[in-house]
Design a protein around this ligand. Structure first.
Ligand code: ADP
Length: 106
Protein backbone atom coordinates (compact mmCIF):
# COMPACT_ATOMS: atom_id res chain seq x y z
CA UNK A 1 0.00 0.00 0.00
CA UNK A 2 2.93 2.40 -0.58
CA UNK A 3 1.93 5.18 -2.85
CA UNK A 4 4.16 6.15 -5.70
CA UNK A 5 4.25 9.75 -6.78
CA UNK A 6 6.10 10.35 -10.01
CA UNK A 7 5.15 14.01 -10.39
CA UNK A 8 8.73 15.06 -9.79
CA UNK A 9 9.98 12.53 -12.34
CA UNK A 10 7.81 14.13 -15.00
CA UNK A 11 8.49 17.74 -14.16
CA UNK A 12 12.18 17.67 -13.38
CA UNK A 13 13.48 14.59 -15.14
CA UNK A 14 14.28 13.00 -11.79
CA UNK A 15 14.43 9.61 -13.50
CA UNK A 16 17.63 10.72 -15.22
CA UNK A 17 19.47 11.31 -11.95
CA UNK A 18 18.11 8.12 -10.40
CA UNK A 19 15.98 9.78 -7.75
CA UNK A 20 12.32 9.27 -6.99
CA UNK A 21 10.03 10.85 -4.46
CA UNK A 22 8.26 8.08 -2.52
CA UNK A 23 5.99 8.09 0.50
CA UNK A 24 7.57 5.28 2.57
CA UNK A 25 6.46 3.71 5.85
CA UNK A 26 8.53 5.25 8.65
CA UNK A 27 9.07 1.73 10.01
CA UNK A 28 10.51 0.52 6.69
CA UNK A 29 13.51 2.85 6.80
CA UNK A 30 16.56 1.36 8.45
CA UNK A 31 18.86 3.76 10.23
CA UNK A 32 22.12 1.83 10.58
CA UNK A 33 23.87 4.69 12.37
CA UNK A 34 20.79 4.94 14.50
CA UNK A 35 21.19 7.93 16.67
CA UNK A 36 18.04 10.00 16.76
CA UNK A 37 18.86 10.06 20.50
CA UNK A 38 21.39 12.84 19.91
CA UNK A 39 18.74 15.01 18.25
CA UNK A 40 18.11 18.56 19.39
CA UNK A 41 14.68 18.19 21.02
CA UNK A 42 13.81 21.86 20.47
CA UNK A 43 14.32 21.33 16.73
CA UNK A 44 12.23 18.16 16.79
CA UNK A 45 9.41 19.94 18.64
CA UNK A 46 9.49 22.86 16.19
CA UNK A 47 9.44 20.44 13.25
CA UNK A 48 6.50 18.52 14.74
CA UNK A 49 4.53 21.74 14.95
CA UNK A 50 5.50 22.86 11.47
CA UNK A 51 4.91 19.46 9.85
CA UNK A 52 1.47 19.35 11.44
CA UNK A 53 0.70 22.84 10.17
CA UNK A 54 2.15 22.78 6.65
CA UNK A 55 3.43 19.24 6.05
CA UNK A 56 6.94 18.07 5.25
CA UNK A 57 8.35 20.66 2.85
CA UNK A 58 11.60 18.89 2.04
CA UNK A 59 11.73 15.07 1.75
CA UNK A 60 14.45 13.18 3.59
CA UNK A 61 17.16 11.46 1.56
CA UNK A 62 17.07 7.67 1.52
CA UNK A 63 19.24 5.05 -0.20
CA UNK A 64 17.64 1.95 -1.70
CA UNK A 65 19.97 -1.06 -1.79
CA UNK A 66 18.57 -4.42 -2.90
CA UNK A 67 15.04 -3.30 -2.10
CA UNK A 68 15.93 -2.14 1.42
CA UNK A 69 15.72 1.53 2.42
CA UNK A 70 18.44 3.21 4.47
CA UNK A 71 18.36 6.68 6.01
CA UNK A 72 21.51 8.45 7.20
CA UNK A 73 20.33 12.05 7.42
CA UNK A 74 17.09 13.90 8.06
CA UNK A 75 17.26 12.66 11.67
CA UNK A 76 15.11 15.47 13.10
CA UNK A 77 12.42 15.15 10.42
CA UNK A 78 12.42 11.37 10.91
CA UNK A 79 12.03 11.66 14.70
CA UNK A 80 9.31 14.31 14.28
CA UNK A 81 7.35 11.84 12.13
CA UNK A 82 7.87 9.04 14.65
CA UNK A 83 6.71 11.20 17.54
CA UNK A 84 3.68 12.45 15.62
CA UNK A 85 2.75 8.82 14.98
CA UNK A 86 2.75 9.35 11.23
CA UNK A 87 2.90 6.09 9.33
CA UNK A 88 4.71 7.37 6.29
CA UNK A 89 7.36 9.94 5.42
CA UNK A 90 8.11 11.57 2.10
CA UNK A 91 11.53 10.46 0.85
CA UNK A 92 13.87 11.26 -1.99
CA UNK A 93 15.06 7.77 -2.89
CA UNK A 94 18.33 7.06 -4.69
CA UNK A 95 19.11 3.52 -5.81
CA UNK A 96 22.61 2.45 -4.88
CA UNK A 97 24.76 -0.66 -4.61
CA UNK A 98 26.44 -2.28 -1.61
CA UNK A 99 29.68 -0.36 -2.17
CA UNK A 100 27.87 2.95 -1.84
CA UNK A 101 26.11 1.65 1.26
CA UNK A 102 29.47 0.66 2.79
CA UNK A 103 30.74 4.20 2.24
CA UNK A 104 27.75 5.58 4.14
CA UNK A 105 28.42 3.17 7.02
CA UNK A 106 31.97 4.50 7.53
P1 ADP B 1 17.19 17.15 9.84
O1 ADP B 1 18.03 16.39 10.83
O2 ADP B 1 15.86 16.49 9.62
O3 ADP B 1 17.89 17.47 8.56
P2 ADP B 1 17.45 19.95 10.57
O4 ADP B 1 16.93 20.64 11.80
O5 ADP B 1 18.92 19.89 10.35
O6 ADP B 1 16.80 18.51 10.59
O7 ADP B 1 16.79 20.62 9.31
C1 ADP B 1 15.38 20.66 9.18
C2 ADP B 1 15.07 20.46 7.74
O8 ADP B 1 13.68 20.21 7.61
C3 ADP B 1 15.37 21.66 6.85
O9 ADP B 1 16.10 21.18 5.72
C4 ADP B 1 14.00 22.12 6.40
O10 ADP B 1 14.05 22.60 5.09
C5 ADP B 1 13.20 20.84 6.44
N1 ADP B 1 11.75 20.93 6.53
C6 ADP B 1 10.92 20.11 5.85
N2 ADP B 1 9.65 20.34 6.18
C7 ADP B 1 9.66 21.33 7.08
C8 ADP B 1 8.64 22.00 7.78
N3 ADP B 1 7.36 21.69 7.62
N4 ADP B 1 9.01 22.96 8.65
C9 ADP B 1 10.31 23.26 8.82
N5 ADP B 1 11.32 22.67 8.18
C10 ADP B 1 11.01 21.70 7.32
Amino acid sequence: NWTFDNKEDKSSGAASNGRQILELPVAAIRRPLGRTRGNDQDKVAALMESITAIGLQEPIDVLEVDGVYYGFSGCHRYEAHQRLGLETIRCRVRKANKEVLKMHMM
